[in-house]
Ligand binder design. Structure first.
Ligand code: DLL
Length: 433
């Protein structure tokens, strides 16, 4: 199903015209309303009036995650405060979070983008959508919620966790569509098996999965275990949340809502724009947003663009499912974490050395399990066992509250974690995704 054929199947040239007009408008807005962007334009010796074609976007400055953190909380807002109606934020940070502020028009854009996303997976007003993405500051819950309501489907706003209850509701409320992270879907399947529930016999027939890396293998497994179609959906809080790109029934690349979010692929080292088909770092510009619009945001996600017609009839540019990232960001149970944040938290804990190793496994449960090995200071190690046990649980509590993830801490003796003369190896990721 195509939610908005007028836009999604628009003639390419006509769309480019709209994109150019929106880009000029965006540049003007950012220049006149956001001192941070004015500074960036001035430093680059460029003025919004210099934009004459879409290719001119290549002359404009990039925005990075650090820029966003430095402008916390409201430095990138491009409209008066009283026009903001909702706020979302990045999760799991010890530093400043990335903030996304939405006006009512932004919510409309999101609603539209998410309706297209869910419709791409076949959602109609007849569907009952079990939404197990987290509600709250994370964008997943609200994004799916808005899209499903706009289609006229019924939403079960479950949020994440409490798997027994999820399975009960899934059966008793005749869920037809599932929305959650792919690893949680597999975990649910495992729990269902244990509880003797035959998922394949339920009305559930499709689901949309994203917010973390997954593979064709995982897709096959989800489709097989649930007896449903599994679609990849992509987005990020810096741009709007989910709804940036989504798969259609062809399951052959993700259609980008490019009338709203203008994509580029760049060489991560030089910043040069690369042509379709060439792998590089994905960059997005929000063409029509009002609250916190963004110019050329460097996502750090690696993919390539697909500039060929799709069998579904949509004319939008597609992106290949992600290949990875250019930085060391980890996504653990859907929460984005940088090793440096763990390091930062450890520095503040007395008794520990800043020597650590993060070991990630995806066990039989299909959920990520993290062991944090931490070196203990010499004096501490000779201490009685109770002292060590206290330290261990203290670190676990601090990590849970600062990073919003549960991990198991293993205290190790001084000098046991391998030292490196080059870049320290901080992560052993055993997940076979
Ligand atoms: O994860 C938004 C989202 C919610 C997307 C629900 C899909 C479904 P953030 O927390 O800002 O936003 O994390 C964004 O997650 O830059 C990617 O590295 C990763 N990511 C998101 N979708 C996918 C996907 C949400 N389909 C970061 N495949 C992005 C692989 C994904 N990685």
């Amino acid at each position: 199903m195509i939610f908005n054929p007028e836009h999604e199947c628009m003639d390419r040239k006509a769309r480019e015209k709209l994109q150019l007009a929106a880009l000029k408008n965006l540049a003007q807005t950012l220049y006149s309303r956001v001192p941070f962007y004015r500074g960036k334009f001035d430093a680059a010796g460029i003025h919004p009036e210099d934009i004459h074609s879409l290719a001119d976007i290549g002359k404009l400055p990039f925005t990075t995650k650090d820029d966003m953190r430095e402008n916390y909380p409201h430095g990138l807002r491009a409209c008066p405060r009283d026009r903001i109606v909702e706020v979302h934020m990045s999760s799991g940070t010890t530093g400043k979070p990335v903030v996304d502020e939405y006006t009512m028009k932004d919510i409309d854009i999101w609603r539209q983008a998410m309706s297209r996303t869910l419709a791409g997976a076949g959602c109609t007003r007849d569907d009952i959508v079990q939404n197990c993405y987290g509600y709250g500051l994370f964008t997943g819950g609200s994004g799916v919620h808005y899209g499903a309501l706009n289609i006229g489907a019924e939403v079960l706003p479950m949020s994440s966790g409490n798997t027994d209850r999820q399975l009960m509701i899934m059966r008793d409320f005749d869920t037809t569509m599932l929305a959650c992270t792919p690893s949680y879907a597999l975990y649910m399947a495992e729990e269902a098996k244990e509880a003797g529930i035959d998922l394949r016999a339920l009305p559930l027939n499709k689901g949309c999965f994203g917010a973390e890396p997954w593979s064709e293998n995982m897709r096959r497994e989800i489709e097989e275990r649930f007896g449903m179609k599994a679609y990849d959906i992509y987005g990020l809080v810096e741009i709007i949340g989910p709804g940036v790109a989504f798969e259609c029934e062809a399951q052959d690349g993700l259609h980008i809502n490019e009338d709203m979010f203008y994509p580029e692929i760049i060489d991560p080292a030089s910043g040069q724009v690369l042509p379709a088909g060439v792998k590089g770092e994905l960059v997005f510009t929000t063409l029509t947003r009002e609250g916190t619009p963004v110019l050329r945001y460097r996502t750090r996600d690696i993919t390539f663009l697909i500039d060929e017609p799709c069998s579904c009839g949509r004319t939008t540019m597609r992106m290949h499912r992600l290949f990875g990232r250019t930085d060391d960001m980890l996504i653990i149970r859907g929460v984005n974490i940088f090793p440096s944040q763990i390091e930062q938290a450890l520095i503040e804990i007395e008794g520990t050395e800043p020597q650590y190793l993060i070991v990630i496994n995806r066990g039989a449960s299909h959920l990520d399990e993290v062991e944090l090995q931490v070196e203990v200071k010499k004096d501490f190690f000779t201490d009685e066992t109770r002292g060590l046990e206290n330290l261990r649980s203290r670190i676990e509590n601090i990590m849970r509250s600062k990073l919003q993830i549960s991990l198991k801490v293993k205290l190790v003796e001084p000098k046991t974690i391998e030292r490196s003369i080059g870049k320290a190896k901080r992560v052993v990721d055993n997940r076979k995704i």
